[in-house]
Design a protein. Structure first.
Length: 88
């Protein structure tokens, strides 16, 4: 009679043990998921930083071109001014 009790008890224990992932497997999955999230955030932050750098470079190029154009305009105005005005 005792043997009849032990067999179902062992089988029930085996079923419960095999029903789900172990604590170590759950922790491994949690770490993998958090690593994926961290990697995704790093990629997004790098892309945003690159966009900001492109915008800053564009603004600097526009400012330099504007300054160069203003200098060229000033030089052209000086060159076009009548020479010797006021002298006889």
């Amino acid at each position: 009679m005792k043997k009849l009790f032990y067999i179902p008890a062992v089988l029930a224990f085996a079923v419960f043990a095999a029903c789900g992932p172990s604590a170590a497997e759950k922790e491994t999955k949690r770490l993998a998921d958090s690593t994926k999230v961290a990697d995704s955030l790093a990629v997004i932050q790098a892309a945003e930083a690159a966009k900001a750098q492109v915008a800053a470079d564009s603004l600097a190029a526009v400012a330099a071109a504007s300054k160069a154009q203003a200098t060229a305009d000033s030089l052209a105005a000086v060159a076009a001014a009548p020479k010797g005005k006021g002298k006889k």
